[in-house]
Design a protein around this ligand. Structure first.
Ligand code: ADP
Ligand code: MG
Length: 475
């Protein structure tokens, strides 16, 4: 008889597994972008009798998820655990990091068919081949890809491979770059182009899958003693695309299998396209011979986006959605969300959805409100040193005066402003701030904060000055 704690543990882990499966199904049903935009921040808050409570970090997300996915969530829960009859969606939980987390586990049992043309005709392929091509995202086409300096080379290479697969010098094509910069988009675009290619070219069969999927399938094949079949089906495609190859690091058997498949295909004049988060030479943990072969064709990287590219992407996506988004709002977003196009897109999607839902135009104010969780997670961490430097520069005083004992107003006032901003813009405590300003007492900081506040209320131009500094530091 398990003790209560053991029992609890078992139940908790069962619950976690059920929740992970439900999330996995939802993600599969709604697609990755939609999932990330609306559902990723759901957390399981608890189960009470026949009711499950799910948390979301903002009211807007809660309302949205409730109205759009509430029924589906209930149905999925009920299917997992028949005693569950209601799913309550509430505001609560933490604002998670926006960068991708571990994906939900457990692939859904029956994946929907790939969109038309995503794979060579289904009739003439064995079942095991049917899902060689995961559903390709309809929006990930070359047309939908915005080209700018940071990605033009990778784009050109992808186009070239789509036009003439397996040409010398471009095989394999190795695309690499940080998260959300367009690797998967370009791979799908190549696949779309190849399978829907007009003209007299013979139909091209394409297998696209993540390295993770590759591993799952390989392991499943070993279990069901169907490795030969697995090998044969993979080796019979014209183009093999493996996304996020870094996943194979440390998975030696799968790596080995991939290496052999890779060689067999290249020797047979087929095209390989691989993506990873680093260049072949930086992917430590890959077998040397595989690394060498990966670097033999064309290696193209996607650089971090520039402000200009982010603006172009936003313009293009807003135009596609047919919703007017003011330039100021786009600049604001392009300024705040810099690391990852997926998040930029997610933020824009949310604004557009909000505008459609309430029939109100997109404005800077609504953007700040509707996106406050995302923006918060992206708030740049300003340091006290930066604040001191900026303020000293602005008032033309020496940086050392920030911590000196001088009391002349020309020095003391900017110092107070810097303390005020340190309190506003960082999460440092008053004593910590005091220490950074020449070991001053926390009451000195407190005084500075209230003094500057007063002055700002009284003197409009002074307030503007401080606001300006704040904005400069925040951007
Ligand atoms: P990665 O695979 O590099 O992590 P993705 O290809 O999944 O990134 O891109 C993330 C999201 O950003 C996708 O929705 C994709 O359409 C979009 N995206 C990235 N770069 C561009 C671009 N240059 N133009 C249009 N959309 C882009
Ligand atoms: Mg990707």
């Amino acid at each position: 008889m398990p003790t209560t704690t053991e029992q609890d543990l078992v139940e908790t882990s069962q619950l976690a597994a059920q929740w992970a499966r439900i999330r996995g199904r939802l993600q599969h049903e709604v697609g990755e972008v939609e999932y990330r935009t609306w559902l990723r921040q759901m957390t399981l808050a608890g189960v009470d009798g026949d009711e499950v409570t799910v948390h979301l970090p903002t009211r807007f997300l809660r309302d949205w998820v409730r109205s759009r996915y509430g029924d589906r969530l209930s149905a999925l829960w009920h299917a997992e655990s028949p005693m569950i009859r209601r799913v309550e969606i509430r505001v609560g939980g933490n604002i998670g990091p926006i960068a991708p987390l571990a994906e939900p586990v457990a692939p859904p049992p029956d994946p929907p068919p790939a969109p038309n043309g995503a794979a060579a005709p289904r009739e003439d392929r064995a079942d095991s081949r049917g899902d060689l091509t995961a559903a390709l995202d309809q929006r990930f086409t070359f047309d939908g890809f915005v080209v700018g300096k940071p990605n033009e080379f990778a784009y050109a290479c992808a186009r070239r491979v789509a036009e003439r697969p397996a040409s010398p010098g471009f095989n394999p094509l190795f695309l690499y770059g940080g998260v959300g910069l367009g690797k998967t988009h370009l791979m799908h675009a190549i696949a779309w182009e190849l399978v829907s290619g007009e003209g007299a070219r013979r139909p091209v069969s394409v297998a696209y899958m993540s390295a993770e999927k590759f591993m799952y399938r390989f392991i499943a094949a070993i279990r069901s003693q169907a490795t030969m079949e697995f090998k044969e089906t993979l080796r019979s495609v014209d183009v093999l695309m493996i996304d996020d190859l870094q996943f194979l690091i440390g998975k030696d058997n799968t790596q080995e299998e991939f290496f052999h498949t890779f060689n067999a295909l290249v020797d047979a004049g087929r095209q390989i396209v691989v993506s990873a988060d680093k260049s072949p030479s930086d992917l430590s943990g890959l077998e040397d011979r595989l690394r060498t072969r990966l670097g033999c064709g064309m290696v193209a990287d996607l650089h971090a986006t520039t402000f200009e590219l982010r603006i172009s992407i936003l313009e293009s996506k807003a135009a596609r959605a047919g919703v007017p988004v003011p330039g100021r709002v786009m600049e604001f977003l392009a300024h705040k969300i810099t690391s990852n196009v997926r998040e930029l897109e997610g933020a824009l999607n949310r604004l557009i959805a909000h505008a459609n839902l309430f029939g109100r135009p997109v404005t800077l104010e609504t953007a700040q409100e509707v996106l406050h969780d995302i923006l918060k997670a992206h708030d740049r961490r300003v340091t006290i040193e930066e604040i001191q430097r900026k303020v000293a520069e602005h008032y033309n005083i020496r940086l050392t005066d920030m911590s000196s004992a001088r009391r002349a107003r020309a020095v003391a006032r900017p110092r107070q402003i810097a303390m005020f901003l340190a309190k506003q813009l960082t999460s440092r405590s008053l004593p910590e701030i005091g220490r950074k300003f020449g070991n001053r007492d926390h009451t000195t900081v407190m005084h500075a904060v209230s003094r500057i506040g007063e002055l700002m209320e009284r003197d409009g131009s002074f307030a503007e000055d401080v606001e300006l500094l704040r904005r400069m530091l925040e951007s």
